[in-house]
Design a protein around this ligand. Structure first.
Ligand SMILES: NC(=O)N[C@@H](CC(=O)O)C(=O)O
Ligand SMILES: [Zn+2]
Ligand SMILES: [Zn+2]
Length: 425
C-alpha cells in the first residue's frame, strides 16, 4: 500500500497542515512534511473531515440489484465523502437472519469502498408479528448493533417493548420508522393546506409524533436505547427535546431532503418528491434546522432510497416513496449550515459513529488515527446531473440544482476510494 502525503489540508476548518498517511493510519501531521516515495495529494484550499458515516442507507441488495447493489451504493457513498454506511434491512429477502446480514457485510467488504454495516430487521420479514433472531445477528460476523424495520413502523407496542428489552443484552439500538399506520392509510403526502388543494390523502404530523412519544416512554420504562429515523416535524423535535431533558437514551436523525425541501414540491406531481415521511412545511424545515444546530437532532442521515424508473416515473399515487441522498448530502448540509465544519463533522461523522459504536470512524484526522477521511473543496459549485451519479438509480430531487462543495478525495483506512473527484474503482 503506498504512502500518501496530503499537502495543505484544513483539518475541520483549522489552519492548513500536511497529513502523512501510511499503513492505513495518519502517522504525522504538520507543515512542510516530506516523505520519500510518498504519493502527494494536493489539498490546497481543501477541508479535511473525518470520513462521513451514514446511519440510514438503502442498498437494495439482495433482491433489487437493478436499483442498487452493495457495490454501486458503496461507490455513491465514497463519492459523497462517506467511509461507512449502515444498510437498512428492507431487502428481498429481508435482512432478518445471521445469513443475510453476513451476506451484505461480506459484499461490502468485497467492494471495499466503504465499511458496510448491516442493520438487522426487528421482526421476521418486517411483518411486525414476531421478533427476528436479534441475538444471532448480533453475534454474527456482521456484528449487528442496530435493528430496524425501516419502511415499516414497529407499531405493536408490546413487540416494540420486547425488542427494546432484548437489545439491552448487547447494548443494541432499535431504530424506529415512526409512522402510526392507522393514521397514514393511503397517505400520499404531508397532510396540510397543499394536500387539501391537490386532493391527495394526507400523512399527518401526529402519525410520527405519537409514535415517537410512545417510544421514548417505552425506552425510559425498559432502560434501553432508541434511535428515531428521519425526523420530519416541528412537533417531533419538541417530543425529543423533552425526552432528552428527562435523560432518556434517545438519538435522532434528519435527512438532507427534510432540511431543504417542502411539501410545495408536490404541486409538480413529480414522484421524485414522494418520500416517507413526506416533505413537510417551511415551519417544520426551520425547526429541524434549529434542532440540528442545537443537538436535539444528533445526526444527518441520508435515507438514500434508490428506485428504478418503473417505480418512480409513473403516476404519483403508484410511485414508491424515497429519494437518493449519498452523493449530495454533504452539499445540502453545507448549503443549509454554511461552512460550520466542526458542526458538520459532528453531525455527519463523529456523532453517528458514536451512536453506532463504530470503531475507527468518526475521529478527526490526527497522528495515530485510522485514515478514514474525506477532502472537500468548499468553494466549488456543481450542478447535479442525474446521469452522472454513481447510483444505479436516478431519483434525485436535486436534478439541475447548483450546490456548494465538492468531494475531491476519500480515504478508507489509508487507501483512496475517490481521487480528483472520481471513484478509483
Ligand atoms: N424513505 C422512503 O420513502 N423509502 C424507504 C423506506 C423508508 O425509509 O421508510 C425505501 O426503502 O425506499
Ligand atoms: Zn423509514
Ligand atoms: Zn429508510
Amino acid at each position: 500500500m503506498p504512502t500518501y502525503l496530503i499537502k495543505g489540508a484544513s483539518v475541520v476548518g483549522a489552519a492548513p497542515t500536511d497529513l502523512l498517511v501510511r499503513d492505513g493510519v495518519v502517522v504525522e501531521t504538520g507543515r512542510g512534511l516530506d516523505a520519500a516515495g510518498a504519493v502527494t495529494v494536493d489539498a490546497d484550499g481543501l477541508v479535511a473531515l473525518p470520513g462521513l458515516v451514514d446511519l440510514h442507507t438503502h442498498l437494495r441488495e439482495p433482491g433489487r440489484e437493478d436499483a442498487e447493489t452493495v457495490e454501486s451504493g458503496s461507490r455513491a457513498a465514497a463519492l459523497g465523502g462517506y467511509t461507512a454506511v449502515f444498510a437498512m434491512a428492507n431487502t428481498s429477502p429481508v435482512a432478518d437472519t445471521a445469513g443475510v446480514v453476513e451476506q451484505v457485510w461480506r459484499l461490502g467488504r468485497e467492494a471495499g469502498l466503504v465499511d458496510v454495516q448491516p442493520i438487522g430487521a426487528v421482526t421476521v420479514g418486517l411483518a411486525g408479528e414476531h421478533l427476528a433472531e436479534l441475538g444471532a445477528m448480533a453475534s454474527s460476523a456482521a456484528g449487528v448493533r442496530i435493528f430496524s424495520d425501516d419502511g415499516f413502523c414497529v407499531a405493536d407496542p408490546r413487540l416494540m417493548r420486547r425488542a427494546l428489552e432484548y437489545v439491552k443484552a448487547f447494548d443494541g439500538i432499535i431504530a424506529q420508522h415512526a409512522e402510526e399506520p392507522r393514521l397514514t392509510e393511503g397517505a400520499q403526502m404531508h397532510e396540510g393546506e397543499i394536500s387539501t388543494r391537490l386532493g391527495l390523502t394526507g400523512w399527518p404530523a401526529v402519525a410520527e409524533e405519537a409514535i415517537i412519544a410512545r417510544d421514548v416512554l417505552l425506552t425510559e420504562h425498559v432502560g434501553s436505547r432508541l434511535h428515531v429515523c428521519h425526523v420530519s416535524t416541528a412537533g417531533s423535535v419538541e417530543v425529543l427535546r423533552q425526552a432528552k431533558a428527562r435523560g432518556i437514551r434517545v438519538t435522532a436523525e434528519v435527512t438532507p431532503h427534510h432540511l431543504l425541501l417542502t411539501d410545495e414540491r408536490a404541486v409538480s406531481y413529480d414522484p421524485v418528491f414522494k418520500v416517507n415521511p413526506p416533505l413537510r412545511t417551511a415551519a417544520d424545515v426551520t425547526a429541524l434546522r434549529a434542532a440540528l444546530v442545537e443537538g436535539v437532532i444528533d445526526v444527518v442521515a441520508t435515507d438514500h432510497a434508490p428506485h428504478g424508473v418503473e417505480d418512480k416515473e409513473c403516476e404519483w399515487a403508484y410511485a414508491r416513496p424515497g429519494m437518493l441522498g449519498l452523493e449530495t448530502a454533504l452539499s445540502i448540509v453545507l448549503d443549509v449550515l454554511g461552512p460550520q465544519w466542526d458542526l458538520i463533522a459532528e453531525r455527519m461523522s463523529r456523532s453517528p459513529a458514536r451512536i453506532a459504536g463504530l470503531a475507527g470512524h468518526g475521529v478527526d484526522p490526527a497522528p495515530g488515527v485510522p485514515a478514514n477521511l474525506t477532502l472537500v473543496d468548499p468553494t466549488a459549485r456543481r450542478t447535479v446531473e442525474p446521469a452522472e451519479l454513481a447510483s444505479r438509480s436516478r431519483n434525485t430531487p436535486y436534478a439541475g440544482m447548483t450546490l456548494p462543495g465538492r468531494v475531491v478525495a476519500t480515504f478508507l483506512r489509508g487507501e483512496p476510494t475517490v481521487l480528483d473527484g472520481k471513484a478509483v474503482r
